[in-house]
Ligand binder design. Sequence first.
Ligand code: AMP
Length: 207
Amino acid sequence: MKLILLGPPGAGKGTIAALISEKYKIPGISTGDIFRKAVKDSTPLGIKVKEIMNKGELVPDEVTCDLVKERLGQDDVKNGYMLDGFPRTIPQAESLSTFAEIDIVINFICSNDVVISRLSGRRICRECGKIYHVTNMPPKTEGVCDICSGELYIRDDDKIESIKNRLEIYKEQTEPLINFYKNLNLLKDIDSSKTPKKAMEQITEIL
Ligand code: AMP
């Protein structure tokens, strides 16, 4: 099973990716997570993409596609995988089709108001990456991860100016992928504006 999770930032892709991964035993590949780790570790890639990410802009297609191609060559993806946050442009989707055969694209539908409220309240564990929300999904102890006791932090690009920029970029560059995959008969819509449980019910039915 080879899946793409498509949708605006804040639509719940990361939260749902963790649930799909657990239920269907397939690895989730998040280009955003790979870039964030590179920034944290100050690798040459991280130094290159840090500013781009902070502003909420997109890393160049070539850099991103090479990274995904390499990742899909690794052993753990043999029985399937899920791409979260890739592709994000038509050239990325075209490039992907030259090295992978996708079965289903899940299109997360969620209003702008909901995504803005989710992104501005999002908190992430610095150690294990678990995602929380200050009101919708709070940790038991403020600022501390329930699972590993890691420190929770706010992503630099979850500040309001970057959020607005990311949503505009989504509309201009990523939304055209909805028609791209619809034309290939791969697209399945889900309403991701409610709880993760409700989103998972729809996804289970599709899969
Ligand atoms: P995400 O965690 O998916 O919201 O991604 C965080 C940031 O990483 C994005 O705002 C971009 O700067 C960068 N990024 C992640 N995936 C891609 C991609 N497929 N193409 C270009 N930039 C990306």
